[in-house]
Design a protein around this ligand. Structure first.
Ligand SMILES: Cc1cc2nc3c(=O)[nH]c(=O)nc-3n(C[C@H](O)[C@H](O)[C@H](O)COP(=O)(O)OP(=O)(O)OC[C@H]3O[C@@H](n4cnc5c(N)ncnc54)[C@H](O)[C@@H]3O)c2cc1C
Length: 541
């Protein structure tokens, strides 16, 4: 009987398994799909000569996360690759804002777009450098982050105290207006905030924009050599070296609960798998509460809270095998791993408001990845393995474009939306379409088929809005991975600190269990230890 059963071999499940195995626990990971990795996988499904990442592709959070750093995955075969430039945002007049690896080059580029914006960039980066160690530690450790939080509070005072706190609560549009005079800096920040489901006008979106751009400036936005799946392989190798096992094609259908304690899980073929010390659920909160664990084992309050749980907007993604690089009009975009495509901050707001009102956007904001530019092992020399994704509504009430997309994501919807995405790239890169050898469409429907945790195509385990962050994630409480069932931990991106491949949700769950287990053992051993102490303390004749 294993000490721990982990449900789901996504990055959080695999990190939890590794942390437990490091502590000597015998760990079994049960994965529904026939391969591990969740949203961290790659394949040759688009074209046999091209490696394509099926979901996530760039891992600034992975390289910056103290949790992932501690796993030393480079010792298990992981190699990071960087594009010549981190991020580009072509402007509508043909110029381009570029986040370079070197901060002074980024600043020089922004200055050329609008004098003075280079200094603004360097000032914001200076603030980041002062805070980043403590901020990342506070972000990626269990809530409340007492030690790192105190260190961060002390640094915040030096870095501007209340003014900096105000800065972090700003909508990213406002941040751009306050700090930059031109579009370049504003677009780099706003586009990065839109990696979540936030608007340029959402309170706190400045914090997301700042963190992601500044991570890019400090660490780059790297990708694993050979494909996203190499990150998963390194996690699995490390786990197996410590005796842990990953069993694929094994969906878990319920958690076995007796007298308020998780005893193990039941799989789809009816097998009961017992766990001696803990069950770790790398599944969305909505799949765990009222799904794998029946409401009869949970407080009524939780059911009401879960009714209010909000998903992030689903993704619609297209993967391409291209016969050559994307022929951007703004040539600087060719050097970047990631390219953001939107005319202006206003058009991003328009796009977001269409999504929240149920409309499929007519001119959606695109995040586009140039993977061979980043890692030349992805496809033959002179070609490009690329992808782009955007967001669409959860419940579609209409299409703002001319195609009558209904949101059921059948073949017709999928082809029409993929054509729309391609037309947007073609506008900035005439000749792009002629370079498409093959394309693969991942709509909200197919994303969920590929990974049941991408519910309705959502990618971040729930909204990133402030009302579902920190102590409000996934429901108002402590922001911690413990659940109302003893020995059961929520280890997915539905819990603090949320979406992205940083492993902190999994590691926090594992650490909570190790702490509880240590406390229990001390409690059980207490009478024995006290008796031994008393015996030792007795005077000898
Ligand atoms: C299209 C897309 C692009 C993204 N881009 C990036 C990016 O570039 N960088 C980044 O940092 N993040 C990115 N993300 C987000 C990131 O991938 C996720 O936040 C992260 O993978 C969450 O990890 P997880 O372990 O919580 O869940 P997942 O990765 O979703 O893994 C959950 C696993 O649990 C399994 N599972 C679910 N239910 C069961 C069950 N009942 N029994 C057994 N197994 C089960 C699933 O099959 C899956 O393997 C992206 C996500 C998507 C979808």
């Amino acid at each position: 009987m294993p000490d721990a059963v982990v449900i789901g071999a996504g990055p959080n499940g695999l990190v939890a398994a590794n942390v437990l195995a490091d502590a000597g626990w015998d760990v079994l990971v049960l994965e529904a799909q026939d391969v591990p990795g969740g949203a961290v996988r790659s394949d040759r499904g688009v074209h046999p000569d091209f490696v394509s990442d099926t979901c996530s592709a760039f891992y600034p959070l992975g390289v910056a996360s103290p949790t992932m750093q501690a796993l030393e995955l480079e010792r298990y075969g992981l190699r990071w690759r960087h594009a010549p430039a981190v991020l580009a945002h072509p402007l509508s007049d043909g110029r381009c804002a570029v986040l370079e690896r070197d901060p002074h080059r980024t600043a020089a580029g922004l200055d050329a777009l609008s004098p003075g914006d280079g200094d603004a960039w360097l000032r914001l980066y200076g603030q980041w450098q002062l805070l980043s160690d403590d901020l990342l530690r506070a972000l990626f450790t269990p809530f409340p982050p007492v030690r790192s939080g105190l260190a961060l509070a002390a640094k915040l005072r030096t870095a501007g105290g209340l003014r900096l706190m105000r800065f972090l609560t700003l909508p990213v549009r406002r941040l751009g207006e306050e700090e930059f005079t031109g579009e370049g800096g504003r677009l780099l920040f706003a586009g990065s905030a839109l990696h979540t489901d936030l608007f340029p006008d959402s309170p706190g979106s400045a914090a997301f924009g700042w963190i992601l751009t500044m991570l890019g400036q400090q660490f780059g936005w790297p990708a694993p050599a050979g494909g996203a799946g190499e990150l998963t392989k390194a996690l699995v190798r490390r786990l197996e070296e410590r005796g842990g096992k990953v069993q694929c094609s094994t969906p878990v259908t319920s958690v076995i609960v007796r007298e308020g304690r998780a005893l193990g899980v039941r799989t789809a073929d009816g097998e009961a798998v017992r766990a001696l010390r803990g069950v770790f659920a790398d599944v969305p909160a909505t799949s765990l509460y009222g799904g794998l664990v029946g409401w009869e084992h949970l407080p009524a309050r939780l059911r009401d809270d879960m009714r209010r749980f909000q998903w992030d907007a689903p993704a619609f993604k297209v993967d391409w095998a291209l016969s050559g690089p994307i022929p951007w009009t703004s040539q600087e975009a060719s050097r970047a791993g990631t390219v953001h495509v939107a005319d202006s901050v206003n058009s991003m707001t328009e796009y977001n408001s269409q999504i929240v009102t149920g409309q499929v956007p007519d001119d959606p904001f695109l995040l586009l990845g140039q993977m061979t530019t980043t890692d030349d092992t992805r496809s033959p020399a002179g070609t490009e393995s690329a992808w782009a994704y955007t967001h669409v509504p959860h419940r579609t009430t209409g299409d703002r474009g001319p195609d009558g997309i209904t949101g059921v994501w059948d073949e017709r919807d999928e082809q029409a939306m993929a054509d729309r995405v391609e037309a947007i790239v073609e506008r900035r890169a005439p000749g792009f379409r002629r370079r498409i050898l093959e394309r693969r469409i991942l709509s909200p429907r197919t994303l969920e088929q590929h990974n049941a945790s991408l519910v309705g195509g959502s990618i971040n385990g729930g909204t990133s809005n402030i009302h579902q962050q920190l102590v409000f994630r996934p429901v108002p409480g402590t922001g911690r991975p413990e659940t109302p069932v003893r020995g059961l931990y929520l280890a997915s991106s539905s819990v603090h600190p949320g979406g992205g491949v940083h492993g902190a949700c999994g590691s926090n769950a594992a650490r909570a269990a190790l702490r509880a287990d240590g406390a229990l053992r001390r409690h059980l051993l207490h009478p024995v230890l006290s008796a031994a102490q008393r015996m030792l303390a007795q005077p000898r004749n």
